[in-house]
Design a protein around this ligand. Structure first.
Ligand code: PDD
Length: 285
């Protein structure tokens, strides 16, 4: 079956789905995006993803090109046209097409909108979760506003590539104080020896993950201890468990950091339980 994408008002075959060479998303990474999980053909937590999209656009002073309802209709149409049962949908909104100049276009141009969807293999993801993943630490050399979900992801790309070249799957960013901020495309968590769940407080140095918020709800419902604070690499090495959260991975156990086994080197019971519990707290659209 051929894939269909929405590009600036039209549903197109993938090979025809193209953007202009002077699209500011392409030239300056002047745009934002969202990734939402699809389960049984239905969106997970779309309300919160669209709210975050609006916050990212406001932060960059890009206008929302249509109502959230209209965008929701397009997203669902793309899911339906691609017959996605289990997968992800990707939404990107950029400042638009204009003659190359760093300053905002004057007069204003219409924002660019792209929506595409892709199937994921559920068995492959479950296998990944059952085995856990290895991560490596890398310096966090990103800009100071990574709470805005922009398409400017070069440090994340390089971090992920460095991880793969070292035989790991993901990278954990370390800030100048030696604290872990987050993973290349997920939030980072540990379970301490005392049983507390620790993830960095959501400031401008991490993306406020939607999965992170849902997992926080699941943790509260289970009566487990939460500490939203910075944690060091040494603390992570000594943790009982570690895991990452994102829309594409939900809760994914981390079993090695920089080649050192975390806990007994296998996915831990807290992460495994939270992976299941997540679905009781997520909003199904
Ligand atoms: N990434 N931190 C970063 C840097 C991310 O890119 C992501 C998501 C997250 C987790 O956010 P959420 O729980 O809302 O997915 C944290 C998406 C999945 C991506 O870029 O593909």
């Amino acid at each position: 079956m051929s894939r269909i994408a929405y590009v600036n008002g039209r549903y197109l075959q993938f090979r025809e789905a193209k953007v202009h060479i002077e699209d500011r998303g392409y030239q300056f990474a002047d745009g934002v995006y969202e990734v939402c999980e699809v389960r049984s053909g239905r969106l997970l937590d779309s309300r919160r993803h669209l709210e975050r999209l609006k916050r990212s656009l406001d932060a960059l002073r890009i206008r929302m090109p249509m109502s959230a309802t209209a965008l929701g209709v397009i997203i669902r149409e793309v899911i339906a046209r691609n017959r996605i049962g289990y997968g992800i949908v990707y939404v990107q909104i950029g400042r638009g097409v204009a003659r190359r100049d760093h300053a905002f276009p004057r007069p204003d141009v219409p924002p660019s909108v792209v929506v595409m969807a892709r199937r994921l293999d559920p068995a492959r993801n479950e296998m990944l979760a059952a085995n856990g993943i290895a991560v490596v630490s890398v310096p966090d050399n990103r800009w100071g506003r990574v709470d805005i979900k922009t398409v400017g992801l070069l440090p994340n790309v390089l971090a992920r590539q460095a991880a793969i070249e070292q035989g790991a799957r993901d990278a954990w960013f370390i800030d100048k104080e030696g604290a872990i901020t987050e993973a290349a495309s997920a939030n980072a968590w540990i379970v301490t020896q005392a049983g507390a769940l620790v993830t960095r407080h959501a400031d401008q140095a991490i993306l406020r993950g939607i999965t992170r918020m849902v997992v926080l709800d699941a943790i509260k419902a289970q009566g487990l201890r939460i500490e939203e604070r910075a944690f060091s690499l040494a603390e992570a090495y000594a943790a009982r468990e570690a895991f990452v959260t994102s829309a594409t991975t939900i809760v994914l156990p981390v079993v090695r950091i920089d080649g050192r086994a975390i806990g007994d080197g296998k996915p831990g019971p807290v992460a495994t339980a939270l992976r299941r519990e997540f679905f009781r707290h997520a909003e199904v659209g």
